[in-house]
Design a protein around this ligand. Sequence first.
Ligand code: 5AD
Ligand code: SF4
Length: 360
Amino acid sequence: GCQMNERDSEVVKGLLLVEGYQWTDEPDEADVVLFNTCSVRAHAEDRVWSHLGKLKKIRPGEKKKVVGVIGCMAQNYKEEIFKRAPFVDIVCGPNSIGNLALYLKEALRRQKKVMATGEEKRKDEIYHTGFYEDKKHAYVVISEGCDNFCSYCVVPYVRGRLRHRDAQDILAEVKKAVACGIENITFLGQNVNSYKSSIDFVGLLASVSEVPGLKVLSFITSHPKDISEGLFRLMAERPVIKRYLHLPVQSGSDRILALMNRGYTAKRYREIVDQYRSIVYNGKLSTDIIVGFPGETDDDFKKTYELAKDVRFDSAYLFKYSPRPNTKSALMDDDVKKEVKIKRHAQLLDLQKRIAKEGR
Ligand code: 5AD
Ligand code: SF4
């Protein structure tokens, strides 16, 4: 899954350690096995179903483990998980992970199945354990959920509507982390630029960048429709803010961008990149691209290829379109043949390899 998914795993681990649970890297030894799952593409889900399939085979004399499926797939499939994998005890969506200790108690003591897939806002306290796997770097969540409704994306349906964490709480988490030796912080949100509480995203970044002892501050993910020149100015001005921007373009064709509901054109995207590079000297840039969105023609793909060739991303994460339940694009015909998706994906991969070798 994404970094948000990784951070959620950490949050759960922190909360359970506080409750007295111990961690083992050996699933065979565990009394409780939790899968923190991702629904972004069918491939991610297939892997979980296959892991669950393997767990089904309990050897003679072996004690039954408590098995939990948490995260985006839990929210996406709800009861269906109990049907397809009857030995699963807990299904817990991303918004309910703060109560996992409680659900585990219910499952362990009362041998009862628990399903928690509400849409409630997480309590800020779930971040207060200050548990991070890395001793030098921490992901800090600034907002949860997403309201953009890109037509291909499952996130608004599994993580729910956009909620912003309180700026003071974010600042307190950062200060505490830095006091514990963390030097490097990455803000996390599906669209960090739309952050809004008592202050906006640029304000939040400015205030956190002043925390004494913090060496590197970065943020993912940015959305072209909400990005501002003010952000670039701040990045240029404050040495602690990493000169790195992850700015998914998804496609270089305006027709496809409109079908994706992205809210910008390829021309606008190129302007943002020019502005970024002119203000943030030596700034690095990465992107996400989806190939094979419904109706993507050779000509549409060519526009994406040209954009990548002109922009020369430092790195690009390339994905083949995968229809997701509930999304708008799932109602469109997934008409780009698998071989065509593979070919377009390979072409972009080749291009990126060449760019990486040549440098910018
Ligand atoms: N199919 C393929 N790729 C997707 N992404 C999101 N949803 C889909 C989908 N249905 C990609 C986007 C996003 C990244 C995290 O995953 O490029 O930016
Ligand atoms: Fe992250 Fe999206 Fe996967 Fe959920 S579905 S774990 S939000 S990438």
